[in-house]
Each structure stands twice: as C-alpha cells, then as structure tokens.
Design a protein around this ligand. Structure first.
Ligand SMILES: [Zn+2]
Ligand SMILES: [Zn+2]
Length: 365
C-alpha cells in the first residue's frame, strides 16, 4: 500500500495535492476510483514514479510512505503471519566458487566445481540475512549487511521471494564483505523508496566516512548524481529498535582486538564473523532458539573466524534449540559436512546444519 501525505502539517492545499497525486497514481496504476486514497500496490511503484517525479514529490514536501510493499503482497505463496529469515549469502569474502579454483590447471577443487552447477548449495556469496519482520505495524525488510556481492544476492533472491523494499540495514562490521554493497542501494533509493536507514557502530561509520565518503557527506555529490540516499544511525553495544523490532547487539571478537557485532532479535542470534566470544556476551545468548554462527572451515579456526570444531564447542556451551552455520569457505562441502552434522543429532542430540544461499526459515519474533 502507498500513502501520500504532506509534512509537517496538513492544509487544504496539501489535501488537494495529495488527492491529485493519488488520483494520478491511481490512473497510472489502473486502479478503480474507489481505491484512490490508499492504493494497494500490485505492480512495482517504479512504473508509476520515475526518479524526477519522486524527487519532485519529495521537494513539494510529500512524504512517501510504503507499507507492506511486496513484502508478502507480491509473494502469493506466503499466507502466514510469521516473520522469516532469508539467507542472502552464506560464504566467504571471495565467494564460492573461487575463480582461482576453476582456473587451476593442476588441481580440481571438488566443492568449487560443484558450486558451478545450477542450484548447487555450495554456491555461496557474502554472508548476509534478510529479516522479514511481520508485526501489527506491517511487514518490514531488515537487512543485516550489504557486502561486495549484495547486488548478485538481491538479483537472485529479491524477485524470487517477492522482496521489494529495504526498510533498514544493520551493519555487523566494516569489512568489504559486509559494507561493499552500500553503493548498490542506489537502485532502491532512486526507484523504490526515498532512503534507506543504516544502523552502524561508530567505529564502522568512521570507516564508511573513508570508503563511502560520498554517501556520508552528500555535499560532495555533483547535483543530479543518483547515488544511494542513506540515513546513518549510530548504535552502541546496547539494545535498539528498528521498526518496532528490538535488536540486541552481540559484541564478539573478529580477530585480536577487532570488534564485530552479532545481533539478537527475539530468540534468534546471528553471529556471522567471530573468532572469540567475550564472557559478557554469553549472557545475551541464553534461551536462544535459533543460533546462526560462523564456521569457516572443517579442520581449524583462522585468526578471524571460528572453524567447525570451535563452532561446535560454542554450540555445546550456548545450547540453542537449533543451529545453522554460515560463512563457509570452499573446504566445506555442503552435503558431506551436513551428513556429519546430522550424526551429531543421534550422538549428542544437537540440531545443526549448514545454511545455504536462499534458505528461508520461518521465525516467531
Ligand atoms: Zn575451491
Ligand atoms: Zn569480516
């Protein structure tokens, strides 16, 4: 649904303009006159609002509010009121398959070869999830991280799942595989919605001031250049709210002396980049139903990421009802590792599997 309203205070003039615009939109969207005030959006709004039109509307003082756009509306398969998580990426920074493996004349990499097959679960892009939060106020798409391959993830899964808006982006840390896609948000802020709110720790914001200086200091932009319109919100290591969803940061170490954030929402805990968990963070992990945690490689940890043995150690300590590993490199064969993890259900009662790109999990938030 799209609602147009004038800010800050309604007036006769504003009401007339709102009606005019609603009428014009109704005509363009081919809707009946009975639906002119609140227009259920069955077709992408970009067809009705070009960038100049949108900018003109915004300049006139209209606030364009998108409610429940496509989030479920365009996905006829989803009739549930539950929230859900969609894994947009579950792999390492360079992506899987690795180009170097596919061009190696001496050795065939089994996992990377499999990853080239259509639909194979070893194909993994940069770690990221989308929380599709369903509450009384509507449906909101909250993204955690937009890395280097964000465009490719979105291209693959947004149309597939009928995802339209990005209602917020929460940043775990400022490595390229977590923030490299911020520039790609231009397609949303130019064609879908006026801006995207970004939630980030100050240390990561300071990195963005260098890596994405033109998105932070918009005064350097040449007038007319259509870059992403981002609203930065600085978060601390304490709970904050995004579209009525309480998010609790889970501070972890991602290499010695380098802090990254995991996030808890409801009883879901997401920790994508960790080499160690500080003692005080364990308290925030109690009563976890679904743990999504870093597991880079099958044999050992690296200086910046948990390996499988350490990730399992953490699962045994945290005791979530269910665990999904993420951030896997090409040494982690989806089927083989899952077979091993499946055996842990029989021996230890542990419900653990590898996640994969495109996996959708219903959650109660
Ligand atoms: Zn490989
Ligand atoms: Zn990282």
């Amino acid at each position: 649904m799209i609602m147009l309203s004038r800010l800050p205070s309604p007036s006769w003039c504003a009401a007339v303009r709102t009606r005019c615009i609603a009428r014009s939109l109704s005509r363009r969207l081919g809707l009946s006159s009975a639906r002119r005030c609140h227009i259920p959006l069955r077709r992408p709004i970009t067809r009705a609002l070009s960038l100049p039109s949108k900018k003109r509307l915004l300049k006139m003082g209209f606030d364009i509010t998108f409610t429940g756009l496509s989030n479920g509306e365009l996905d006829s398969t989803r009739q549930t009121n539950m929230s859900e998580i969609i894994f947009l990426g579950t792999g390492t920074s360079e992506g899987i398959p690795r180009v170097s493996c596919l061009t190696d004349p001496l050795k065939k990499c089994e996992v990377c070869s499999k990853a080239t097959e259509p639909g194979n679960k070893n194909k993994r892009l940069n770690t990221s999830i989308l929380i599709r939060y369903n509450c009384s106020g509507g449906r909101f798409n909250i993204l955690i991280d937009a890395g280097k391959f964000f465009y490719h993830s979105a291209l693959r899964w947004f149309p597939f799942y009928g995802i339209r808006t990005i209602d917020a982006v929460i940043i775990t840390h400022s490595h390229a595989d977590a923030i490299g896609g911020l520039d790609d948000l231009r397609d949303w802020t130019n064609n879908v919605q006026p801006c995207v709110p970004i939630y980030t720790a100050i240390r990561d914001f300071e990195v963005m001031q260098k890596t994405h200086y033109y998105l932070v200091d918009t005064s350097v932009i040449i007038p007319g250049a259509a870059v992403s319109d981002l609203q930065f919100n600085i978060i601390k290591e304490e709970p904050f709210t995004v579209h009525n969803l309480q998010i609790t940061p889970l501070p972890v170490w991602h290499g010695p002396g380098y802090r990254s954030l995991g996030f808890r929402f409801g009883n879901v805990c997401y920790i994508s980049d960790a080499s160690d968990i500080p003692e005080e963070t364990y308290e925030l992990l109690t009563g976890c139903d679904l743990l999504i945690v870093d597991a880079l490689r099958p044999d050992r940890s690296s200086t910046t990421h948990f390996g499988l043995p350490r990730a399992l150690q953490e699962v045994r300590r945290i005791q979530p009802k269910r665990t999904l590993f993420t951030g896997m490199m090409h040494l982690m064969d989806h089927d083989k590792v899952n077979e091993y993890l499946g055996s842990l259900m029989e021996t230890e009662g542990l419900d653990i599997q590898l996640s994969y790109d495109g996996l959708r999990i219903p959650v109660s938030l």
